[in-house]
Design a protein around this ligand. Structure first.
Ligand code: RFL
Ligand code: PHB
Length: 393
């Protein structure tokens, strides 16, 4: 006999989307159960995003989890684009009046876990065979196993926050779900190193040999990326080869300040743009990477996930207060914003990477676009307003 559980919202996935949703709903007195196929230590160890939009920071503050973020995050008023060593600063503050915050996804996740554990949140970790069922009924269910034991959760709604490889999106019938995808012919090889960042702002560089990004986690820890082949093997990348490639692509000016050292957390992530429509089916809602993926060039993935959760938490809170307007419009409102962010991430990726299929014509166009941005306040401003984050709706 399976063990039976009841809650208002069953949240599949304890990444930033699922944890933030659970936190915001708990503040409004709404009960949730959160499931994840991994455990807390594993989830906290995933090195991913590093740049938070002001709207994301505000949402985390509203959720009561921004004390450490405010103490340790690094506010950035600008970042640089470089093309063959020529640098152009996008002055976010001057162009938009806003800035971004450098604070790692690992830290956001830790802060959210701390808050949920302090609140006595019910979690099921290391679960298998997670299956959302009866999505069109008013009593949807999630079946799963944990340590060989069977469980069933009955709820009002299911929130599919289980990332790109999760089961929630796959629970939507094939004849309803539409997907849109662009796979890029390269990946990003990322490392962490305990050395001060090469520059005090982020630097995105397009060089004839490929893209490089200098980012950071703190004043003493740097996060660096280079474009590599999509199917490349991490074993091909000794630290020495990484540092040589990275320095070349940054250009001599920036590389003059580069401090190298032993890398850790070396990994390759393939680049992809992906959107699934709709983001609601019956009483199942999708949010975050479960519904969409952006290439990391605009630093948008986590921010987009948080924007979905801001919309979804508002919709659910209003539903329990007797107003279904936002729950009915969630999918469309979220998708309107998702597509604009997809456009920006695709555009910045297209501008900043070397595409093997590009002809000399396309290479000249790419350079002309960079020169145009560098010489035009209007063009710089459109990049800045997207980078700091578009309005929620
Ligand atoms: P997550 O973080 O993938 O969490 C999903 C959770 O669901 C669990 N799960 C399941 N649980 C139960 N049953 C199943 N069947 C399940 N299948 C999966 C997983 O174990 C996991 O815990 O999705 P979420 O919460 O939507 O958050 C999205 C963000 O993690 C993601 O968008 C960002 O990391 C993307 N991203 C960046 N975003 C930014 O905003 N700024 C950045 O600077 C940035 N840089 C990046 C990035 C992602 C990267 N990688 C590796 C993909 C840099 C990199 C390299
Ligand atoms: C990061 O610090 O991991 C990072 C920063 C900016 C990006 C992507 C990733 O665009």
């Amino acid at each position: 006999m399976p063990q039976l559980h009841k809650t208002q919202i069953c949240i599949i996935g304890a990444g930033p989307s699922g944890l933030l949703l659970s936190q915001l709903l708990a503040q409004a007195g709404i009960d949730t159960i959160v499931l994840d196929r991994k455990d807390r230590t594993y989830i906290e160890g995933r090195i991913r995003a590093g740049v938070l939009e002001q709207g994301t920071v505000e949402a985390l503050k509203q959720a009561g989890v921004a004390d450490r973020l405010h103490a340790q995050g690094l506010p950035h008023d600008g970042f640089e684009l470089a093309f063959d060593g020529v640098r152009h600063r996008i002055d976010l503050k001057a162009l938009t009046g806003r800035s971004v915050m450098v604070y790692g996804q690992t830290e956001v996740t830790k802060d959210l876990f701390d808050a949920r554990f302090a609140d006595g949140q019910t979690f099921f970790f290391n679960v298998d065979h997670v299956t959302p069922n009866d999505l069109k009924s008013d009593r949807p269910k999630v079946h799963f196993t944990q340590g060989g034991e069977q469980h069933v959760i009955t709820c009002d709604y299911i929130a599919g926050c289980d990332g790109f490889h999760g089961v929630s999106r796959a629970a939507i019938p094939q004849n309803v779900l539409k997907t849109f995808e662009r796979v890029y012919p390269f990946g990003w090889l990322g490392i962490l190193v305990d050395k001060p960042p090469v520059s005090h702002e982020l630097l995105y560089a397009n060089h004839a040999e490929g893209f490089a990004l200098a980012s950071m986690r703190s004043e003493t820890r740097s996060r660096y990326y280079i474009q590599c082949d999509r199917g490349d093997d991490i074993a091909n990348w000794s630290d020495r080869r990484f540092w040589e490639t990275f320095a070349t692509r940054l250009g001599p000016d920036a590389a003059a300040n580069l401090q190298t050292g032993p890398s850790f957390e070396k990994s390759i992530a393939p680049l992809r743009s992906f959107v699934a429509e709709p983001m609601r089916y019956g009483n199942l809602f999708l949010a975050g990477d479960a519904a969409h993926i952006v290439p990391p060039t605009g630093a948008k993935g986590l921010n987009l996930a948080v924007a979905d959760i801001r919309l979804l938490s508002r919709a659910l809170i209003e539903h329990y207060a007797g107003n279904d307007h936002h729950i009915d419009s969630y999918s469309q409102t979220a998708l309107n914003r998702v597509w604009k962010v997809e456009r920006f991430s695709w555009q910045l990726s297209t501008l900043m990477h070397q595409f093997p299929e590009n002809s000399p014509f396309e290479k000249r166009i790419q350079r002309a676009e960079f020169d145009y941005i560098a010489g035009s306040e209007a063009a710089s401003k459109t990049i800045a307003e997207n980078y700091v984050g578009l309005p929620l709706e």
